[in-house]
Design a protein around this ligand. Structure first.
Ligand SMILES: [Zn+2]
Length: 440
């Protein structure tokens, strides 16, 4: 079993661990020992010099769309949306239809590299490529394997492309859950787009396929007003109530956004306990409203944090969640450290459920998913203020990892991704982006 020793690092996590200068011994995929002072001598172990670096657990992105990576800088001809539905029609549903399997692979590769370089080791991705459905999740897996990330993948089933595409989407979820999962590396959810693009017949089919495999769902929920309006007009009930009829509000489901929810829906979510993935920057950008995160947390609804494809800066997203809550509620204490830590803890719980190893603490037995940040604190740092240090270092100096370990593997060293020719991948991605943009 490979042994790595990180020595002379400042060590902290969000849940109480703090060592001013100490070591971490990693055996295989887990942390074996943590201590203060000099590291033990272990013959054959690799050593990482941690002096001047801050060691923390790696971050988790609970809701991502890696396929959106190649949209950066794209000219938006005729883009003048007046609603969230029009943003989907005028941008995302055009883009996803232009993707072929090579574009799926390259966008996941570039997006995966970006996540790694922001200290993220696990991505819960939600994928759509309606002109290239079959095999798409396996292309994402191939790309992320080369980057060295862990990921939980799903394909978003929808009726918007007709019955054939719907059935291919269902089949892709099933195929990946059966053949793509690798213990500790790749896990699966059953992907759904959102209630307003899914018929009762389709939801029933999805339930029938997902249940025997024990899969939770990964779906959008009440992101914009389109979702509750559609559910009320067609089915006479609210979105979460409708999804509940098909067993979708399961404890192992991830429901992204949850912006347009009634009090009764919050009660229902509190009872069923699916995870709601909050994506504040995307919500602000799409002008869909403000999720009632603090109410959710108070009611015991598990809330996690995602980026929804709006970059991969999880620490920045957490700060945005705080700013949005304070702004929306007119209360500068609404989103305090306790709320932030509950949300971070839920991200780690999702990873633990997906990969069957505890995440989020620098303690023996925990996943060796670790980041060494290039950060020398200019003010005192301890167990109580680590969150404040990371959030404000991130926005003031642009916090960057020097090393990232994923499942005990060194994937980033001295700021360089290991075993990957980044320039060559960027060149291929740029060529592919040009090709896609010319189709739109
Ligand atoms: Zn999303």
């Amino acid at each position: 079993m490979a042994v790595i020793i990180i020595e002379r690092a400042k060590i902290a996590d969000f849940f109480g661990t703090f060592v001013e200068s100490g070591y971490v011994v990693i055996e295989g995929e887990r942390i074996a020992r943590v201590g203060a002072g000099a590291a033990p001598e272990i013959p054959g172990a690799s050593r990482i010099e941690g002096q001047g670096l801050l060691l923390t657990p790696a971050l988790i992105n609970a809701h991502a769309h890696l396929y959106s990576t190649l949209v950066r800088g794209m000219p938006l001809r005729g883009f003048s949306p007046k609603s969230f539905g029009q943003i989907l029609e005028q941008l995302w549903w055009k883009l996803d239809r232009a993707l072929d399997l090579d574009a799926v692979y390259l966008s996941a590769f570039v997006g995966g590299l970006a996540h790694l370089k922001r200290g993220v080791s696990v991505v819960f991705d939600h994928h759509a490529s309606p002109a290239a459905i079959s095999g798409s999740l396996f292309q994402i897996k191939r790309a992320l394997s080369e980057v060295g990330l862990r990921a939980d993948l799903c394909y978003e089933v929808t009726d918007r492309g007709g019955q054939r595409e719907r059935d291919l989407g269902i089949a892709e979820n099933v195929a990946f859950a059966k053949e793509g999962v690798v213990l500790g590396r790749f896990s699966a959810h059953f992907g759904l787009h959102a209630s307003f693009t899914l018929s009762d017949e389709t939801l029933e089919k999805c339930r029938t396929q997902a249940e025997p495999l024990g899969l939770g769902f990964h779906s959008h929920l009440a992101e914009g007003k389109e979702d509750p309006l559609d559910a009320l007009q067609k089915y006479g009930m609210r979105t979460a109530e409708r999804l509940d009829l098909f067993g979708i509000l399961r404890e192992n489901s991830i429901l992204a956004h949850g912006v347009q929810l009634s009090q009764a829906e919050l009660e229902l979510l509190a009872e069923r306990k699916p995870t709601v993935a909050h994506n504040p920057r995307s919500n602000m950008n799409n002008a869909v409203g403000t999720a009632q995160v603090e109410k959710m947390v108070v009611r015991g609804i598990p809330v996690a944090l995602g980026t929804d494809g709006f970059g991969c800066d999880v620490l920045g997203e957490l700060l945005a969640a705080r700013l949005l809550a304070h702004h929306a509620l007119g209360d500068p204490t609404a989103f305090n450290d306790a709320v932030a830590k509950r949300i971070l803890a839920q991200n780690y719980t999702l990873a633990e459920k997906a990969f069957s190893v505890p995440f989020g603490k620098v303690c023996p037995g925990y996943a060796a998913d670790l980041v060494l940040w290039d950060y020398v604190p200019p003010t005192p740092l301890d167990a109580g203020n680590i969150l404040s240090h990371l959030l404000f270092a991130n926005i003031s100096e642009g916090l960057r990892p020097l090393y990232v370990l994923v499942a005990g593997q060194i994937r980033l060293a001295e700021g360089k991704v290991q075993g990957v020719d980044e320039a060559a991948i960027a060149a291929r991605a740029k060529q592919k982006a040009l090709e896609i943009w010319s189709k739109l």
